[in-house]
Design a protein around this ligand. Structure first.
Ligand code: AHR
Length: 539
């Protein structure tokens, strides 16, 4: 049995009369003292981590495969509107309530000239995209993206080309998007029929510039200086921008953390956030030849280690430069991704690339990632599930409609039920041992509180047994359950398809009897959401 309290690493504490060891430590998972009893979650409305910025449940679309063409933009389709936007996709994304979407890449952005994607469509050039070896018709560009964002009710987050692109052209794009009028680039936008500025606030200064695969890849120092110049010119155009420097593209990089430190030593004072990326696998490379679900389901804890490590580097540079500013983190690419890795589009238009099919175990881990992002709400301000449509995505389209992959459900629960403030829970849980990882709690919980509503998100990593999770209310217990669902099943490899779109879908979770101690029974191999309503707290 372990206790997890986010605030009390490596301390002994007394909860419920029993002296318990704290299990979660930076850089590993310490063996914990064993105590008996069921899993227990202590909910204290006064103990808060931070206000939840819903932008941690953002997403990402890239000019890659069928993400844009055949995904959100499909002018020939009977399912599209007069602009060529797929109406079914718009409806779905609107319903999900995705707060922010990153665009246009990804690797694509590092060779992209934004001028090719604006103005009269018939005059836009057809290009060979060298990131994915794909034919890019440029029929969807910055202005179409802004229009689509307005239609789905999301905020745009723009990626900039710091590979082949120059700081001058990055600043020109800011002027095109954000300046009212009367200057070269703002007038170009107006000539294109868009009178009002788009007012884009969040900008990524390049993409994965530490990666040898990236067009224009450079050293950390070179990139840091370019990012600084870029930020400087962009801020001249619009001082209100929020700028994100490229951090390491994965903890597996040889230059991990060194890259981040050197980049920030060059540009700390000019940026607001630093990016992190990570993709997770259940294969020979990570979990053994046959995969290992018990280990795979611990990877959201690695996400938290990465956040702690990168935040540590930010704070180191902050202290060294005597800066008063504290950077926030943008985990702007994360997902399970290991089956469809091939990135060669064979010089086709909208080829099927990276069309990963997600199964139940992937969805459970995605639930764990959402929990981890909530628990780090005090440092991570933006995060993007990569990606949204067709390419490593929760939504898949065909010419006749769309389906929801398994991962759609945990992600959408966070979008729809995580609200208000994130609570700092103390969690006791039975554990299991994972080779190379130490002792892991079966139960992983996050909670938010929004006025009279407390939502709990529970991952049960136990592949065999259901778990009783006892909720100990530090204040008056709630009055009732407003909503409860669970995603589970007997086959961890089950997935949805156009032939069988509802193979893996949420089921009702039996509502617990409410009392000072409320016991929620969660099935083996499951991710659940349960929303409690408390009439005695102000809404
Ligand atoms: O999301 C797919 C790709 O993964 C992105 O283009 C790139 O940034 C990352 O390596």
């Amino acid at each position: 049995m372990t206790v997890n309290s986010r605030r009390s690493f490596l301390k002994k504490t007394a909860i419920g009369g029993a002296a318990l060891a704290i299990s979660r430590v930076a850089g590993g998972f310490a063996a914990a003292q064993s105590v008996s009893g069921t899993a227990r979650v202590y909910v204290d409305p006064v103990q808060k981590i931070a206000a939840l910025d819903r932008k941690v449940f953002g997403s990402f679309i890239e000019h890659l495969g069928r993400s844009i063409y055949g995904g959100i933009y499909d002018p020939g389709s009977r399912l599209s509107d007069a602009n060529g936007f797929r109406k079914d996709v718009i409806e779905e994304v609107k319903k999900m309530g995705v707060p922010i979407i990153r665009y246009p890449g990804g690797n694509f952005v590092s060779g992209y000239n934004w001028l090719d994607g604006v103005g009269p469509k018939e005059k836009r050039p057809v290009m060979l995209d060298k990131a994915w070896n794909t034919i890019e018709p440029n029929q969807f560009g910055t202005d179409e993206f802004m229009q689509w964002c307005r239609m789905v009710g999301t905020e745009p987050m723009m990626g900039l080309n710091l590979g082949t692109g120059t700081p001058e052209m990055a600043a020109a794009l800011v002027e095109y998007c954000n300046h009212e009028g009367g200057t070269k680039w703002s007038e170009l936008r107006r000539q294109h029929g868009i009178e009002k500025p788009h007012n884009v606030k969040y900008w990524c200064l390049g993409n994965e510039m530490d990666g040898p695969w990236q067009i224009g890849h450079m050293t950390a120092r070179e990139y840091g200086r370019k990012a600084r110049d870029c930020a400087n010119q962009m801020r001249m155009v619009d001082p209100s921008l929020q700028l994100i420097a490229c951090g390491s593209s994965s903890p597996g990089m040889r230059t991990y953390l060194e890259w981040d430190r050197e980049v920030l030593e060059e540009c700390y004072d000019m940026v607001d956030g630093l990016s992190l990326h990570c993709y997770y696998r259940n294969d020979a490379q990570e979990t053994g030849a046959a995969g290992d679900t018990s280990k795979f389901l611990t990877f959201n804890l690695e996400m938290e280690e990465q956040i702690a490590e990168v935040a540590g580097v930010c704070d180191y540079v902050r202290a060294r430069t005597r800066s008063r500013k504290r950077l926030w983190l943008s985990f702007d690419e994360w997902n399970v991704w290991y089956r469809q890795r091939g990135g060669d589009g064979g010089r086709k238009r909208a080829p099927r690339l990276l069309e990963e099919v997600y199964n139940l175990e992937d969805a459970l881990l995605v639930g764990g990632f959402c929990n981890s992002l909530m628990r780090n709400a005090d440092r991570v301000r933006i995060a993007c599930l990569a990606q949204l449509v067709n390419v490593i995505a929760p939504i898949v389209t065909s010419p006749n409609g769309l389906i929801r992959q398994t991962t759609y459900y945990p992600y959408t629960w966070s979008l729809q039920h995580a609200r208000g403030e994130v609570l700092d829970l103390a969690v006791e849980s039975p554990t299991y041992d994972v080779k190379g990882k130490g002792t892991i709690p079966y139960i992983d919980v996050a909670a938010t509180m929004d006025g009279s509503t407390i939502s709990l998100f529970i991952l049960n990593r136990d592949l065999v047994k259901e778990q009783d999770v006892e909720i100990v209310w530090r204040e008056a217990p709630p009055e009732g359950v407003a909503f409860s669902q669970v995603l589970t099943g007997t086959d961890l490899k089950a997935f949805n398809s156009f032939e069988n779109p509802n193979k893996v879908t949420p089921q009702p979770l039996e509502s617990p009897k409410i009392g000072t101690r409320t016991v929620v029974r969660v099935p083996a191999r499951s991710y659940s959401v349960i929303q409690f309503r408390n009439g005695s707290r102000p809404a």
